[in-house]
Design a protein around this ligand. Structure first.
Ligand code: SAM
Length: 282
């Protein structure tokens, strides 16, 4: 007879269990959990264990690894342990650089290929799309933005393109009007076709060394995710990005991240913006 678990059940984790979760998270997502994150892991996952009526972290580990739902639980766990925090026009200098430097550089070809590689719920790729639309003026460009993430939950939100009004409160009213539809109740907005059709969403794990993308990208955004990876993983990732960029292509990283200590041929061109300069395509 199974004992019913109450919604106040308390769980504790052994060192061995913690190390299993640590290894799983690292192997599957590249995210490093330091030893002092033990309490955080217990507090973030407790609700989930209660909901699934599991008795221990070992049971939960087995559920994540061998569960019948084909990796879905890993996504749930990832979302609980990592942050999906993002914003429209987060780190605005990047969008200014795109509008003022990169768009004029590519104006003669009017073609741009962009990858937003840890796009969370989509604010980043839609901000890129808005910037490109505003900067291209009357002449249409051939613009494709690939937006990817490891979490299928955030990706489906991103693909819906529907946001609480509060999420767009800092956009100026001209932008809001041009690029978003207002919901009937007035509490939500939806990305309009003009930007939505520029973005394609796909699940991509940055830990894979080969991505389902043709090389020849002009820009890669990889912002506020590398901070969770160790140096070795960051170096591998950044050098993979290098292969996927065209000569003179750009890499954008988060403002609290840096390539300074990594062995990579990228050259800095502005704070947290790097370029693959003057080299043959490799
Ligand atoms: C803090 S959000 C950053 C969102 C956006 N780039 C920004 O700067 O606002 C980090 C995102 O990285 C994703 N992520 C974590 N590990 C990943 C991996 N191995 N491959 C792809 N995405 C990953 C998470 O799911 C999360 O949505």
């Amino acid at each position: 007879m199974s004992m019913a678990l109450s919604n106040t059940t308390h769980y504790s984790i052994t060192d061995e269990e913690f190390s299993q979760f640590k290894t799983l998270l690292y192997d599957e997502s590249g995210i490093t959990l330091s030893e002092h994150k033990k309490t955080l892991l217990v507090s973030r996952l407790t609700k989930r264990l209660r909901k699934l009526e599991l008795k221990s972290f070992t049971e939960y580990y087995n559920y994540v690894v061998h569960g019948v739902n084909g990796g879905e639980e890993f996504v749930q766990m990832l979302d609980l342990l990592s942050t999906n925090k993002t914003d429209f026009f987060r780190e605005p200098k990047h969008f200014e650089f795109l509008a003022q430097t990169i768009m004029p550089e590519l104006a003669s070809q009017r073609k741009i290929r962009i990858w937003s590689s840890a796009c969370s719920s989509g604010e980043e790729p839609y901000s890129i799309a808005i910037t490109v639309c505003e900067a291209m003026g009357a002449k249409k460009w051939d613009c494709k933005i690939l937006a990817s993430d490891l979490s299928t939950r955030v990706l489906s939100h991103a693909a819906n393109g529907i946001y609480e009004k509060d999420r767009v409160k800092d956009l100026d009213s001209a932008r809001l009007h041009r690029f978003f539809l207002k919901g009937k109740k007035g509490d939500k907005v939806k990305a309009k076709k003009e930007i939505a059709q520029m973005v394609a969403f796909k699940r991509i794990n940055l830990m894979n060394d080969d991505y389902p993308i043709k090389s020849g990208l002009d820009l890669i955004f990889c912002r506020n995710v590398m901070i969770y990876f160790d140096k070795e993983t960051q170096e591998r990732l950044v050098n993979n990005f290098y292969r996927y960029l065209k000569p003179n292509g750009y890499l954008f990283i988060g403002h609290s991240e840096s390539l300074q200590w990594l062995d990579t041929p990228f050259l800095p061109v502005a704070p947290t913006i790097y370029q693959k300069k003057d080299v043959d395509e490799g």
